[in-house]
Design a protein around this ligand. Sequence first.
Ligand code: XMP
Ligand code: MG
Length: 179
Amino acid sequence: MMEEDMKAILYTKEEVAARIQAMGEQLTRDYQGELPMVVGVLRGSFIFMADLVRCIQTPLELDFVAASSYGSWAVSTGKVEMRLDLEKEIMGRHVLLVEDILDTGRTLSKLVEELKKRHPASLKLCVLLDKPDRRVTEIEADYVGFTVPDEFVVGCGLDFNQKYRQLPYIGILKPSVYE
Ligand code: XMP
Ligand code: MG
């Protein structure tokens, strides 16, 4: 059972749902009448994004990007590349970039740099989790679900070697699983 690989459950399914609902209400207010382009970073954001947009009551459009970083989570090389690009232009659009976790910040810094070159009307960041202790770039999210400690977390789209993404809660993985 996947539950046996968890050291602890940080946020239950109910807590995650309540937080995302509140974020959706905030975004509904902030993007009223603006037809934002909500851009998910594959693959980690897909569950959060699906839950989040269903809590946003104002019209929006969706797109996805993918980024690849070289090296493992523990030993990041810092090299990030955009692997899948947007389908449409975003010049003059209000873009909301949605990601599972803001960790070292390398991935989102690179994506923000790329997207800003296209002159969106605005570009904001929305993450389910923020892990500020590991940050190596100067980047902050505009919308944060939960701030988490410096431990390896999985569930709600977050994986370890592509596993555990489907867990409906945010769990801390036992170090024995990845060491
Ligand atoms: P940064 O901010 O370091 O994060 O560029 C990039 C990607 O690293 C993954 N990541 C994690 N995945 N548990 C995970 O399952 C974690 O604790 C964790 N920390 C970072 C994640 O894919 C993120 O997009
Ligand atoms: Mg990711």
